[in-house]
Design a protein around this ligand. Structure first.
Ligand code: 6PG
Length: 264
């Protein structure tokens, strides 16, 4: 266990995204210096889009050496790569198309092409091979970006999911309910807590009042990871930080010393 998470509350979204972009650039520099590479897993959902756009914009001064990065995803829906719910599509449009990353360094989850179980196994192999660890060993991603759902899920780790307990796997398939889709259950592929908790750094990005109860439950409530899956994210040695806007932080009671507020 790496100690309590760092919690940063930013007054506005602009400063939150600016800080997040700075953290990504710092993680890239530090891991390039230490390990000669930057292996990052991106999250999906709507929250990271402004971060991706900022990172894609050279005029905003957050240089990342994308040419030596390896980009993975924390999770993906088993939908075609141009589908509106594809996490790959979001990152590609908002970031990857604009930066100099060689295609072989973009490690998309191929959930739509294969049986989900096979796609998860293939992604697990790709993670190990890219990060040069032997079969069964756990690779260490340099940075994992995560979001939080109002039910406390993160990546595609949902309440009461067996995926939370899959210590034997880095990547698994899960079925998730998506009421707005047809059919309303979608297969997804997700990193497991084992894979995420081996990362050198994990950064949660959470905005908006709808997330405030989940933020408070995850960070200040009793430990019940089956109910609040984001509590399962507890890196063994790496640093975990939460970047929140004021609305998402509104129900935190004891901010204590762990909190820095905006401006830095
Ligand atoms: C996804 C992620 C999910 C996401 C949260 C927050 O949707 O791809 O699996 O964990 O990060 O649901 O989503 P929003 O950023 O859209 O609120």
């Amino acid at each position: 266990m790496s100690g309590p998470p760092e919690i940063v509350v930013c007054a506005g979204r602009d400063s939150l995204y600016e800080r997040a972009a700075r953290r990504v650039a710092e993680a890239a520099r530090a891991s390039t210096a230490a390990r000669g590479r930057f292996a990052v897993a991106l999250s999906g959902g709507s929250t990271p889009r402004p971060l991706f756009e900022r990172l894609a914009d050279p005029t905003r001064g957050q240089a990342v050496a994308w040419e030596i990065a390896h980009v993975f995803w924390a999770d993906e829906r088993c939908v075609p790569q141009d589908h509106e719910d594809s996490n790959y599509r979001l990152a590609n449009e908002a970031l990857l198309e604009a930066v100099a990353i060689p295609p072989e360094r973009v490690h998309r989850i191929h959930g739509e092409e294969l049986d989900p179980e096979e796609a998860a196994a293939r992604y697990e192999r790709e993670l190990r091979e890219t990060l040069s660890v032997p079969p069964r060993a756990t690779p260490h991603l340099d940075l994992v970006l995560l979001g939080l759902g109002p039910d406390g899920h993160t990546a595609s780790l949902f309440p009461d999911s067996e995926a939370l307990d899959r210590a034997d796997r880095l990547v698994v398939e899960v079925a998730a309910s998506e009421p707005r889709m047809q059919p309303p259950v979608v297969e997804r592929i997700t990193l497991t807590p084992r894979a995420i908790n081996a990362a050198y750094e994990v950064l949660f990005l959470v905005t908006g009042e709808a997330k405030a109860p989940a933020v408070a439950a995850v960070l200040e409530g009793p430990r019940e990871p089956a109910r609040w899956p984001a509590q399962a994210i507890d890196p063994l040695e790496g640093r975990v930080s939460w970047l929140l806007d004021a609305a998402a932080a509104a129900k935190l009671a004891g901010l204590g010393e762990a909190v820095e507020s905006d401006p830095p």
